[in-house]
Ligand binder design. Structure first.
Ligand code: GLN
Length: 448
């Protein structure tokens, strides 16, 4: 549902009634998009809206928030058993912003455990189903946010994107999802997976709606040292030079759909020599940062608690053995290995060098083009359980991870369906050129 459709609904029946119906819909849904529904608070705010007491750019609009973004007094689990009972004592910067503009936080959405995955299958709370086919995944790791928006279980949503986690589920669920430029949106209150790669970003059913919520969440925050201090204001811009990244990957049917849409435009082509390094570089960097970030879960200060206290080191092992899922454990081990003495230069430093090559390739490309395009995902939404081994899963991020390595903004645009399943196009812009991406998306919207 788009924001204007929600507003019509509210005019017709009042916010309280509209929110009650939305919550009913969530409770009856088969998608498993939510981990926690904020029923009482959402209904209280809806009543406030009806009394004329809730004001702001997002007043009375239900927003879903990924469960790795902290919400004061509301359980925030990262879809992990480790944080099953974690109730933050503070709001993330983006949550403060949403509240200050009158948004109604409707619930916390399901995701891959700590954001580690591409299908939401690593969630402790079970997989999120695709609204277009219940036997298929909604994508990941922000699968719950995407499915909620696509299935009218929220009007807007926030996700986070470390290597594609907003764009992949947006593509699989047929909606818009934007990974902003690194530093545009404060990460204060985003429970970290890989700090140097990730950003919080919006998901919506229209460009206007995406822009509206981005305007609210972007901007200065001293509590995130990597925050750029820039605001975002939506303004349409000319997009003239379009470049297709030729060596990005997709199945034949996805490629055909992509070129069918692109045939409406004049475009140039470009090849990225460094692209072949991006998956290896991304996974080494992401896992290294994850291994360090996840060391905080010791079952002492917070997190899963195990009653069998023998020695400290036994205690830590037990807490982590019980609290983390398989994929998280795998990444902690691989990351610790990549950072260990003797291997640091061989893996981590090499990955950083490859990262620089990728940044250089993008620099060259943006000297020639305003935006770069590719299919978002190399295939249609997978069947649940289809991707059996981790490496096959990692390979699905081939088109999305280069963007995070370079810190650039990228948007997934829905471009139609194949056999009833949504297909997404990725458009990448230069630093802080989100407006070019949104403007390009508008042209696509008008052309298909
Ligand atoms: N699929 C990628 C990973 O598992 C990206 C996840 C994300 O962006 N959080 O690391």
């Amino acid at each position: 549902m788009k924001v204007f459709e929600w507003k019509n609904l509210v005019d017709e029946k009042g916010c309280f009634e509209a929110v009650s119906e939305l919550i009913d819909r969530i409770e009856r849904s088969k998608l498993n998009a939510y981990i926690t529904i904020c029923k009482d608070e959402a209904l209280r705010l809806a009543r406030e809206y009806d009394r004329g007491n809730l004001k702001g750019k997002l007043a009375g609009i239900p927003v879903a928030v990924k469960d790795n973004i902290t919400t004061k007094g509301i359980r925030t689990t990262c879809a992990s058993k480790m944080l099953l009972n974690y109730i933050p004592v503070f709001d993330a910067h983006v949550v403060e912003k949403l509240k200050s503009e009158g948004a109604i936080i409707i619930g916390k959405t399901n995701m891959d455990e700590f954001g580690m995955g591409t299908t939401t299958e690593t969630s402790y709370f079970g997989v999120v189903r695709n609204p277009y086919d219940l036997d298929r995944v909604a994508g990941g790791s922000s699968g719950g946010s995407a499915a909620a928006v696509a299935n009218d279980e929220a009007v807007l949503a926030l996700g986070s994107d470390t290597g594609g986690s907003i764009r992949c589920p947006a593509s699989f669920c047929g909606i818009y999802g934007l990974k902003p430029t690194y530093g545009l949106v404060s990460r204060y209150g985003l429970i970290p997976y890989a700090n140097s790669l990730e950003q919080i970003g919006p998901m919506a059913e229209s460009i206007e709606d995406l822009a509206l919520i981005l305007e609210v969440i972007a901007g200065r925050d001293e509590r995130d040292s990597t925050n750029s201090g820039r605001d975002f204001i939506f303004r349409e811009e000319k997009v003239e030079r379009i470049g297709i990244i030729k060596n990005m990957d997709a199945s034949e049917e996805v490629m055909n759909k992509f070129y069918e849409v692109m045939s409406n435009f004049e475009y140039g082509e470009i090849e990225f020599p460094s692209l072949k390094y991006s998956l290896a570089s991304y996974y080494i960097i992401a896992m290294s940062e994850a291994s360090s970030n996840l060391a905080r879960y010791d079952g002492v200060r917070y997190g899963h608690f195990s009653p069998f206290l023998t020695s400290w080191s036994d205690y830590y092992s037990r807490v982590r053995a019980e609290g983390f899922g398989m994929e998280v454990k795998r990444r902690i081990m691989l990351g610790s290995y990549a950072l260990s003495a003797g291997y640091y230069g061989k893996y981590y430093l090499k990955a950083l060098r490859a990262r620089t090559l990728i940044i250089e390739d993008f620099k060259k490309a943006f000297a020639k083009f305003d935006v770069l395009v590719s299919p978002t995902m190399p295939s249609l939404p997978f069947r649940i359980g289809e991707l059996k081994d981790p490496l096959t899963m990692y390979k699905m991020d081939v088109n999305t991870v280069p963007v995070n390595l370079a810190g650039l903004p990228a948007l997934s645009i829905p471009i139609g369906f194949i056999r009833g399943l949504p297909v997404g196009m990725q458009v990448i812009g230069n630093y802080f050129e989100e407006n070019k991406l949104l403007s390009f998306a508008k042209i696509i919207e008008e052309n298909i």
